[in-house]
Write a protein that binds this ligand. Structure first.
Ligand SMILES: OC[C@H]1O[C@H](O[C@H]2O[C@H](CO)[C@@H](O)[C@H](O)[C@H]2O)[C@H](O)[C@@H](O)[C@@H]1O
Length: 778
């Protein structure tokens, strides 16, 4: 096969072999410049098939819609005729051409109709991006697309062409790394230092927090805004072509870590915190940035980069409401209302679809991004995933769904999985976001319409008030008639493929409660019962552990906040008590993780099954900082400040890294050490086993599980009820090993083995001696 590949390549200078695409015994060549958005030809692995460069040149010349650069291959019948005419006697070639025709035919639909993620041939599509991202230079694919150009785009593209020619279109990883070094500056070079002028010590909200330890923590979080603040350099404004960063004039608060720029829906919870910190002008600046983007682009992008050509959950109008309620700045509302209106129309015009249900038609909103190609910031991940699909149409559809998933903010989740057979399980490749009508998005639209009606009424615009009231009423009815399930007592996403609700648990199911889109108090009781029955007392994101980050066992600050806020403001005593319970648990887990990390960190997400453990899964390592997490903790501490208490005796083990101590020594020395070890070990285990690609390592995973089992045992031996409960939680979420004994009556000397552990002599002997008694560590 290898010789054949080489032979095919030698026939065609302008072809690139995509080695990963050796698919169904066919060799895939890409036409056009190296790696450009080009058509593919599947060649049967037969040397006799003639593919010579002249032929391809003639063919591309004579078929008017084919171009080398963009790969817009259309007009397939014509192509086939040309090929037959050129090579009437070559049967093999004809079969190649027929195949070619089929492939081109399927490609025609997507390459012709759908634009790439953005126009930039460096940051969004094209051979340079493909070559660099597929080389896997960086652990995180986002790093490359955040780098600044050293020269103009045209110059860098010319340099790239030359580079490829010099390396015979086959550069090594080291060559590519050198090219990147020569042409790009490190990621993150677009900021200048910024000290927020509206930051001041001792904001009033701190006084609400009676527990002094927690108050000190809140104070620290208040100071974190200075660390997470970013001001974009003027150079980005002067030379936007050198950056992927979108210039915004006002400084912003970013989530942190790899998220170096603003993120749309994150900003809602960041602003909740900023308003408690009395940083009104920072909030106003961030709102002004968003308005300017609506003005220029028509929508608020997912994040502050040109490659984020899609939006995120529409919360600009609710952010305005937070700000205007806190400041009474009605003049700002008045001068901005036309842009808020414009943003609302973006969703109405671009994201609505009609569904028929029980003989009635409903307009609903969905996340839907019809841009082709991999997400630039996760190029390799998306490209490789799409390689598992047969046709170009399927790939394009997957790319749409992945970007739609990113637009939802739930990137990624089993919530969007629907297999070709219509089963709502599966894997990332089954992501069908744009075929799901999300409960929370429709709730946001209702909330937006309500706020807009209120604003227009204040401004005396009767026509607009009536319009928005009407939209709000319409969505309230829809939420009840399309999403509510009386029997289960909750709302559910609507699956357009199966034409019915997805009745699995997702934290988003209860969002209508938050926006007040319900008609009776009875529904509040039903939702409270639903949450309790679903074991949502710690509120995971879903009940399914897919390995993706928006699934079990992760909990996310925005989801926790919406649910707590929703329950708390119903006025129902049971709901309020559940709200406090959830907030209390969330605070405990955030605080413990904070104390146990070194230096102290706030995390992007947490594992809700074990207190003090960050979340994992998905396509990048868990991020610290962290914008929305800080905002939500501040809000909970403020809201429940009279009764929330710091958990007692949290071990300050700086163990959020892979344990280097031998397992036997970890668990001795008393209960405290055992618990402390446990936190660190289980975190390491989770990182090593949860599908978090950055940390996946089989040996680490095995060692971790062993360490955890030993620590578990010593804690269990202590007979302490609370720690045993904790252990059981851990056990349910981590794949624990079994203990093996030589003699079932003598359990004094177990060795702890993974089923696959054959390198350990003890385990191996016992396994082969067939005298093993297995028992789960619990
Ligand atoms: O780079 C991968 C994806 O990262 C972002 O998503 C996650 O982080 C965001 C910032 O905190 C958050 O808004 C989102 O809900 C998270 O899933 C980004 O938003 C995605 O577009 C991007 O593909």
């Amino acid at each position: 096969m290898l010789i054949l590949k080489k032979w095919y390549l030698s026939q065609c200078q302008h072809c690139q072999l995509v080695s990963r695409n050796v698919y169904q015994q066919q060799i895939v060549l890409q036409f056009g410049q190296f790696g450009s958005r080009i058509a593919q030809v599947r060649l049967p692995p037969k040397r006799s098939a003639l593919v010579d460069e002249n032929l391809i040149k003639r063919w591309t010349r004579q078929t008017p819609n084919i171009t080398n650069q963009t790969g817009k291959f259309v007009n397939n019948l014509q192509s086939e005729a040309i090929f037959r005419q050129l090579n009437p006697h070559k049967d093999d070639l004809v079969s190649v051409l027929l195949l070619t025709t089929v492939v081109f035919q399927t490609m025609a639909a997507d390459t012709t109709n759908y634009p790439p993620p953005c126009e930039s041939k460096i940051y969004c599509h094209g051979p340079l991006l493909h070559t660099v991202q597929m080389a896997g230079l960086h652990k995180d694919s986002k790093t490359f697309v955040d780098m600044k150009l050293k020269y103009s785009p045209a110059q860098v593209l010319t340099n790239f062409d030359l580079f490829m020619t010099n390396h015979k279109h086959n550069p090594t990883k080291a060559d590519i790394a050198a090219f990147v070094d020569d042409n790009f500056d490190a990621a993150g070079s677009e900021f200048e230092p910024w000290d927020p002028s509206d930051w001041h010590a001792n904001p009033a909200f701190l006084k609400n927090i009676t527990d002094l330890e927690l108050r000190a923590w809140a104070d620290e979080l208040h100071s974190f805004w200075k660390v997470l603040g970013r001001k974009i350099k003027e150079d980005v404004k002067m030379r936007p072509d050198l950056y992927s960063m979108i210039y915004t004039p006002h400084p912003v608060i970013v989530p942190g870590g790899r998220f170096r720029e603003f993120f749309y829906w994150d900003s809602f919870w960041i602003m909740r915190g900023l308003l408690l910190s009395e940083m009104h002008s920072t909030v106003k600046g961030m709102l002004s940035n968003f308005l300017e983007m609506v003005n220029q682009l028509g929508y608020v992008p997912n994040g502050g980069r040109i490659y984020f050509r899609r939006s995120q959950p529409p919360l600009l109008i609710p952010m305005f409401k937070l700000y205007s309620d806190a400041t009474n700045d009605t003049a700002f509302v008045e001068e901005s209302i036309h842009l808020l209106d414009k943003e609302f129309q973006f969703w109405m015009e671009n994201r609505t679809v009609n569904i028929d249900l029980n003989g009635k038609q409903y307009q609903v909103v969905r996340y839907n991004v019809e841009l082709d190609g991999p997400r630039p910031e996760s190029y390799r991940e998306d490209y490789e995933l799409a390689e598992g699909l047969g046709t170009e149409e399927e790939k394009t559809e997957l790319y749409f769904n992945l970007k739609s998933g990113a637009e939802s903010g739930w990137d990624f989740s089993s919530r969007w999985y629907i297999t070709p057979k219509g089963v709502r399980k599966g894997d990332l490749i089954h992501t069908k976001t744009r075929h799901v009508i999300p409960v929370e998005l429709n709730s946001f639209i209702y909330l937006n319409a309500k706020i807009m009606a209120e604003y227009y009424e204040q401004l005396g615009n009767k026509e607009k008030t009536a319009y928005y009231q009407n939209v709000a009423n319409q969505y309230k009815t829809t939420i009840e008639e399309v999403f509510w399930d009386e029997e289960l007592g909750c709302w559910f996403d609507y699956d357009m493929i199966n034409k019915g609700p997805n009745k699995q648990f997702f934290a988003s199911n209860v969002f209508p409660l938050w926006v007040g889109a319900y008609s009776s108090k009875k529904m509040v009781t039903q939702v409270v019962n639903y949450l309790k029955n679903k074991g949502a007392r710690r509120c995971p994101t879903s009940s399914f552990q897919s390995g993706e980050q928006w699934d079990y066992p992760n909990g996310w600050a925005p989801l926790q906040h919406v649910i707590v806020d929703a329950l708390d403001k119903t006025g129902d005593e049971e709901a309020k008590s559940l709200a406090f319970e959830l907030a209390d648990k969330w605070i405990r887990t955030n605080y413990k993780a904070f104390l146990q990390s070194s230096p102290n960190h706030m995390f992007e997400k947490y594992d809700v099954t074990v207190e003090g453990i960050p979340g994992g899964g998905g396509e990048y390592d868990v991020v610290v900082g962290f914008g929305w997490t800080n905002g939500v903790v501040m809000d909970f501490l403020y809201r429940f400040g009279d009764r929330i208490r710091a958990p007692l005796a949290v071990p300050s083990a700086a163990a959020i890294s892979y344990p280097s101590v031998a397992p036997a020594t970890i668990a001795i020395g008393g209960l405290t050490i055992a618990i402390a070890s446990l936190f660190g070990i289980s975190q390491a285990c989770r990182l090593a086993t949860s599908g978090n690609k950055g940390a996946t390592n089989t040996n680490q995973a095995a060692d971790c599980r062993r360490s955890l089992a030993v620590a578990y045992q010593s804690v269990e031996d202590s007979d302490n009820e609370e720690t045993i409960a904790l252990m059981q939680d851990i056990q349910s979420s981590v794949d624990l090993p079994v203990q093996r004994y030589n003699d079932s009556d003598d359990k004094s000397n177990p060795c702890i083995c993974n089923a696959s552990d054959i390198s350990n002599e003890c385990c191996n002997n016992k396994i082969s001696s067939n005298e093993i008694q297995e028992s789960a560590v619990s």
